[in-house]
Design a binder for this molecule. Structure first.
Ligand code: NAD
Length: 499
């Protein structure tokens, strides 16, 4: 019988009783390596109950003491970096270097959140009226939920952990059921770092567990990252239930290549950004938009030559550029999209379908694919493929090129490659997309800025992490105070008015 992955509730591993399980694969071998318990509505409710108790203890600790727990946690994760990356890679399929990147980008948010004593400072107005001062403070929401996707099983849970926990909330995390082991290990490390029990609960599950969180009265806010249709569902359900929400969705990021761009660098950037992590990044660059025929011909020829040299291997092969995709179903979906692209009339220059790795024939591998002459009417262009597939859409000028990401249903990230500062600056100012890279292929903002797309890439008013994260996980209370002296003449209660 395969290994069982349990929930983590009230500071320890918790064996669920639903009798329902999800299979956890090793994508490199195609074999089931574990099964994860899927929580019932009652199991979620009991995790929320424990979280309420933990939250009262945690919120009573001053922010600096909470920050010290974050510092210790960061050191513990760093000390275990190698084994965590190995575990992550074995369930997700991304290569070890990418798995470490997943952990490190998460830790950067923890590092930012250590500044919480400063970040929670409110505002103060002395003498807003005679003898009246006004001050505001940020207080935790209570128990909040985080629901994460499979593609960053460490980074995205750490976005939620850093921001929700530092601000004094308890977090119930529902990680992806496809690669759930790393979040559990991270929770154990939080306990070692001194987090009181109940403050971080992990419930594994599928729609039943998610719905239980969305409908639970004691869940005050939900932070979700995943595909757009589910994100929209999360947003609508939270709104109907009076909960605060932020729901990040899918993406289809464009990289615009101007004729003056450094082509060697551009090709290198696209190899990493389109094919790295098998294209399973919401900030990947699956669409290239070369401007002008010469640029396009040069780019396509160079990409074709270089992409076929990429080495696809098992996730712990140090020489592999990228590993398998997460599941057989996802592999089939990507291969279907490639077929659809051909059917719709795009030119398939490299075909990654039917790729097989010797000795790992059952692994979920796909070779690099490259399409030229893709057009906006094609559904394979309009929809997210989320695989190692690069689509080239040719444009005649910058205006035509810039209209593509601006008009696309998704608006997560976009990049422009050029030596022309003015063109880049104007593009960045005008493009209808949330995160922009100028000669930066994957412009994921650093932890002290914030992460968020536009249009169908995010159903929210607040971004993930950064000061937006602090705002999302706290509520403002404003106090207007007056301390009368009791002396005659101090009775008048004067507040500022139009008179
Ligand atoms: P997904 O939407 O299938 O799953 C995300 C989470 O939702 C998981 O925890 C899953 O268990 C849960 N879920 C799945 N179906 C559900 C349902 N019917 N009802 C309620 N909950 C449900 O996404 P995924 O395949 O795990 O991740 C890939 C997607 O996430 C891609 O679309 C990618 O672009 C997106 N993503 C977006 C960002 C971003 O910040 N915008 C970051 C990473 C990934």
């Amino acid at each position: 019988m395969s290994r069982e992955i349990h929930h983590f509730v009230n500071g320890k591993s918790h064996t669920g009783n639903s009798g329902r399980y999800g299979d956890v694969f090793n994508p490199s071998t195609g074999e089931i390596q574990a099964r994860v318990q899927l929580a019932t509505t009652d199991e979620v409710a009991s995790a929320v109950e424990g979280a309420k108790k933990g939250q009262a203890v945690w919120a009573a600790m001053n922010p600096q003491r909470r920050a010290r727990v974050l510092m210790k946690y960061k050191m513990l994760v760093e000390a275990e970096m190698d084994s965590l990356a190995e575990l992550l890679s074995s369930e997700h399929g991304k290569v070890i270097a990418d798995a470490k990147g997943d952990l490190i980008r998460g830790l950067e948010v923890i590092e930012f959140a250590m500044g919480v004593p400063h970040l929670l400072k409110g505002e103060y107005t002395e003498s807003a009226g005679t003898g009246i001062d006004v001050y505001s403070m940020r207080q935790p929401l209570g128990v909040v939920a985080g629901i994460s996707p499979f593609n960053f099983p460490a980074m995205i849970p750490m976005w939620f952990m850093g921001m929700a926990l530092s601000t004094g909330n308890a977090l119930v995390l529902k990680p992806s059921e496809k690669d759930p082991s790393v979040p559990v290990r991270l929770a154990e490390l939080w306990m070692e770092a001194g987090l009181p029990e109940g403050v971080l609960q992990i419930v594994h599950g599928d729609k039943e567990a998610v719905d239980a969180l969305l409908h639970h009265d004691d869940i005050k806010a939900v932070s979700f990252v995943g595909s757009s249709n589910i994100a929209q569902y999360i947003a609508a359900t939270c709104a109907a239930n009076g909960k605060r929400f932020q729901a990040m969705g899918g993406a289809k990021n464009h990289g615009i290549i101007m004729p003056d761009a450094d082509m060697d660098q551009v090709v290198k950037d696209f190899l990493g950004a389109a094919y790295g992590s098998a294209g399973e990044r919401c900030m990947a660059l699956p669409v290239a938009v070369p401007v002008g025929k010469d640029t396009a011909d040069k780019f396509v020829a160079r990409m074709k030559e270089e992409a076929q040299k990429l080495s696809v291997g098992v996730s712990n092969d140090p020489d592999a550029h990228y590993g398998p995709v997460v599941s057989a179903a996802h592999k089939a979906s990507i291969e279907n999209w490639i077929g659809k692209g051909v059917e719709e009339g795009a030119d398939l220059l490299l075909d990654g379908r039917g790729f097989s790795l010797q000795g790992h024939e059952k692994g979920f591998f796909i070779g690099p694919s490259l399409f030229d002459n893709v057009t906006t009417e094609m559904t394979s262009y309009q929809e997210e493929i989320f695989g190692p597939v690069l689509q080239v859409v040719r444009a005649n000028d910058l205006e035509e090129a810039a209209a593509l990401p601006s008009q696309h249903q998704y608006g997560n990230g976009v990049a422009i490659f050029t030596r022309n500062g003015l063109a880049a600056r104007e593009f960045a100012a005008k493009v209808n997309v949330g995160m922009v890279g100028i000669n930066v292929p994957i412009p994921v903002p650093v932890a002290y800025h914030s992460f968020g797309g536009w249009k169908r890439s995010a159903f929210t008013d607040t971004n993930q992490y950064g000061t937006d994260g602090i705002r999302f996980f706290t509520k403002i209370k404003t106090v207007t105070q007056r301390w009368p002296s009791g002396e005659i003449g101090d009775q008048a209660f004067v507040i500022p008015t139009m008179q």
